[in-house]
Design a protein around this ligand. Structure first.
Ligand SMILES: NC(=O)c1ccc[n+]([C@@H]2O[C@H](COP(=O)([O-])OP(=O)(O)OC[C@H]3O[C@@H](n4cnc5c(N)ncnc54)[C@H](O)[C@@H]3O)[C@@H](O)[C@H]2O)c1
Length: 315
């Protein structure tokens, strides 16, 4: 298969990631079939896609006319077979749950045409964890997007033991066509680069918060206004080159022994989850959010800032 043979893309799972991935491929000109377990989830997903597109129009990244065209390229269905029977490329974005993903990949292998590439958006698993029943090992690949998928440029591409060069190259070419920056890892490791780095940082951030070293607001301000600011321009390895490797090496020797190496999230965080305080989706997390109709103002504010960064990224 060539890139020009890819016309129809199916997205399985229409939650936080699935709806944004569907939007991105439709924005890239593809016909997209979006699948989830019930009509309510799909209707919500289309509402979120409309909201995201409205923000893109306001940010002048797309025109109002383009918004209509993008929407017209997305169809929804609760029937998996129907969603993928004409698919050239499928992205699975269902819950991070091995039995659910394993069943989806077994069904996709049965329902999809032979040429179809099956990509997973898993955050923390590797392909062999949930694709043992799929026979097309050469056509399986991980494409790991970040939230919000329609705005964050980089997508990690991770090969499994059987993934072919052709599949990897096609996945990368397709992501580029959809305005993404694919980066292929040399080795398959759980969490890939993004989540290993993110969770190493979160382990320390949660520990600082738990120990009361600074408030949640102050921790966020410090990280945003220092590391976040720097890393939006140059990465951490380049930053250490520019600061001097001798200095970074000595500081690491002094600090590594004091930095958290816990194997568990803090008990306070587990208690928040147990109490249903899940962040934006429940209205309460480290911060309070307004939960109601329409896009949360925090999400809009975040997306506005991301759009400014995106313009810099592509400048
Ligand atoms: N949220 C993030 O920041 C993020 C970032 C990168 C990767 N991921 C990964 O992306 C995947 C999806 O995450 P999310 O945050 O969008 O989760 P989510 O809970 O928002 O959405 C998951 C969706 O999958 C649907 N689903 C469950 N079983 C299904 C089935 N059998 N058939 C069809 N749909 C089904 C659910 O109804 C739900 O709408 C996970 O593997 C996650 O680890 C998440």
């Amino acid at each position: 298969m060539k890139l020009t043979d890819i016309k129809n893309i199916s997205i399985i799972g229409a939650g936080t990631m699935g709806h944004g991935i569907a939007l991105t491929y439709a924005w890239g000109g593809y016909q997209v079939a979006l699948n989830d377990i019930n009509e309510t989830v799909l209707a919500n997903a289309m509402g979120r896609i409309r909201d995201d597109l409205t923000t893109l129009v306001e940010g002048e990244l797309i025109s109002r006319e383009a918004m209509g065209q993008i929407l017209s390229r997305i169809t929804t269905t609760t029937n998996l077979n129907q969603a993928v029977k004409g698919a050239d490329f499928v992205t699975e974005a269902v819950s991070e749950n091995i039995p659910i993903k394993r069943k989806i990949f077994a069904d996709l292998d049965t329902f999809c045409p032979q040429h179809t590439i099956l990509a997973s958006n898993t955050s923390s698993l590797v392909l062999r964890d949930f694709t043992d029943q799929a026979r097309r090992k050469d056509k399986l690949v991980i494409t790991h997007w970040m939230n919000p998928p329609h705005l964050v440029p980089v997508v990690e591409v991770v090969r499994g033991e059987g993934t072919s060069d052709e599949t990897t190259e096609l996945a990368c070419a397709l992501l580029k066509k959809a305005r993404k920056v694919p980066v292929t890892l040399k080795k398959e490791v759980p969490g890939f680069v993004i989540n290993r780095v993110q969770y190493a940082l979160l382990r320390e951030v949660w520990s600082l918060w738990q120990r009361g070293v600074a408030s949640a607001e102050d921790i966020d301000t410090i990280v945003r206004g220092s590391l976040g600011f720097r890393w939006a321009a140059i990465g951490p390895l380049e930053t250490s080159d520019l600061g001097g490797l001798d200095v970074f090496s000595i500081v690491a020797e002094n600090l590594f022994k004091d930095i958290s190496d816990t194997q568990e999230p803090p008990k306070e965080l587990k208690e928040m989850v147990k109490a249903g305080n899940l962040g934006l989706k429940s209205g309460q997390g480290f911060y309070k959010y307004s939960v109601g109709r329409g896009p949360d103002s925090k999400v809009r504010e975040r997306d506005r800032k991301h759009m400014q960064l995106l313009k810099l990224w592509y400048s």
